[in-house]
Design a protein around this ligand. Sequence first.
Ligand code: NAD
Ligand code: MG
Length: 384
Amino acid sequence: MKKRIAIFGSTGSIGTQALEVIASNLDKFEVEILTAHSNDKLLVQQAKKFNPNAVVIVNESKYAAVKEALASTNVKVFAGENALEEAAVFDTYDMMVAAIVGFAGLKSTLKAIDSGKAVALANKETLVVAGDIVMQRAVEKRVPVIPVDSEHSAIFQCLIGETRNKIEKVILTASGGPFLGKKPNFLVNVKKEHALQHPNWNMGAKISVDSATLMNKGLEMIEARWLFNLQPEQIQVIVHPESIIHSMVQFEDGSIKAQMGLPDMKVPIQYALSFPQRIPNAFPRYDFTRSPGLHFEQPDIKTFRNLALAGNALHKGGNMPCVLNAANEIAVYGFLRNRIGFLDMMEMVERAMEKIPYIKEPSLEEYFESDAEARNFAASLIHI
Ligand code: NAD
Ligand code: MG
């Protein structure tokens, strides 16, 4: 039986790479659902190639174009934000690849979990915003949440066969991003064109900016906390510019396991799709004899304050990670539109965390409220 896959966010960096993996393994996988926000042309092209049961275009003004382009096919076409949640509960698929970016991916991912679907999770913001609730529901429904994020895939792989063994700590590796070693006097002037040039990975715009500010690693600390049920003190971040070691787990005997390979998101994507099996591929291999060496250093959290702020949010818990995430989404949006500078992003996140009232154990509704409050507050700062 082929595994039936629903790709939410199929037109993005992760979504398109997931489709590449599927295209190379059509004996194992078939595509059931594809969703996109606005890129109707690519969505149509994907639908023609993979012939899914249904597609969702969130931007309703593109509905007619998609419908018409797929008129000669059997593909069902839905539009609008709510259609995402409706499609997430379809009983015609087995696994969701959650590859929507940002808070926008939360509701459909929760719906998938509630209806018992396995989730290959790329959308880290889902766990940053409401990780306690998401993971609790996954446990209740006995739904596997398999990380796609390369660091978390690495940790997940290091933990295979270790269920009875305690984790002493996890070591999340960070490339350092395009501005590794830079100081505020340089960063104050950088523009989105610089921030979007990542040395090792080719990713969507939001995560590229997050990698440049180190917010990405901050979000990943919080993601790791929920995926692996860790205490904040058990999570360490280390800069490793070559991105060969994708992350590590240290056990109680001091042994450290690492998962390694060339930086290529198709590897963790494929692993999440095929888990618990590994399937062969022809991707380039890492060669130790040609390695210029692996390097490690402390992250500069004075300059890249986002990492310190995320650490604070992680320790404080409650709605603080949600507030951090919401303010950051607005900040990145503002930066990508040249409305605010690089360092202003960190300032906005910090101010939102000071401003929005702390809630210790928020309900899902309270998470949504905190998200909206933090967004509104952060947006009000852009207008000043
Ligand atoms: P992207 O911007 O390339 O793609 C995002 C996808 O989500 C697109 O298909 C887009 O149509 C859809 N989308 C955007 N806004 C939406 C909305 N409001 N409603 C519904 N759909 C919407 O992003 P990406 O780089 O593929 O990242 C996706 C997620 O995976 C992010 O959470 C990111 O942090 C995570 N991730 C990405 C990478 C990577 O290498 N790109 C690595 C690890 C984790
Ligand atoms: Mg990552």
